[in-house]
Design a protein around this ligand. Sequence first.
Ligand code: SAM
Length: 234
Amino acid sequence: MDSYQIEPIGHISSPYKQKFAIPRQPRLVPQAKAKLLFCQNFNREEFVRGIDEFTHLWLLFRFHETADKGYSALVRPPRLGGNEKKGVFATRATFRPNGIGMSAVKLEGIEYKNGQLALLLSGIDLLDGTPIVDIKPYLPYSDAMPDASAGFADTRPETHMTVSFSEQADEFIAAQTTYPELRDFIANVLKQDPRPAYKKQKQETQFYGMTLFDFNIRWQVDESHNQVIEITKQ
Ligand code: SAM
């Protein structure tokens, strides 16, 4: 049996500090900005020369947080409410042989600061620290297929979730100046309805928490409404 060793070329510095609440695909939350920081062996301008001619890139990465947890031939796509099983290769599930993921993201810029080469990206769906194993330019003439159909995942997932912010949350957002898009970022993450499928059937008020950047965010869900209760700094 052939086997390969793969050396990461870089790592993602992402606002998403835990898996929960990360959107299920890239570009669903455009405010999700991240940096791809190149590892020492690839930390040279030559590796990215010409990349600024492309607006979007494919990232190939390792699902590092779950890669050692195995996989099954059949998985339950959240799209189907967790009730129906599909073959792992008919899904974009994280638990898969080799633990490789791929995301098309927007290239916002290139940075070279204090000897560190970085790509500035947006619309990402990656956990902080995700190892990147390759980058390729997105080629619209070949990669975009307007006639394609995608079965159970044919349309962009839309929810009817609404979002409001408590007085404390609004004051916290107004007082911090580092992330001008923080309010829209939080709202769009919550509009994706990150709850596990089985929780979506429940009637009672539910409480959740997540960390974005170094902010702990707590919210409650009543039917289709999210209320951000509290934001605190870690
Ligand atoms: N766009 C990619 C793909 O199709 O291969 C990822 C799709 S996967 C369904 C997206 C989920 O992967 C996110 O919601 C998040 O929970 C999870 N995820 C992101 N980065 C991860 C990592 N480094 N390790 C494990 N899970 C990760």
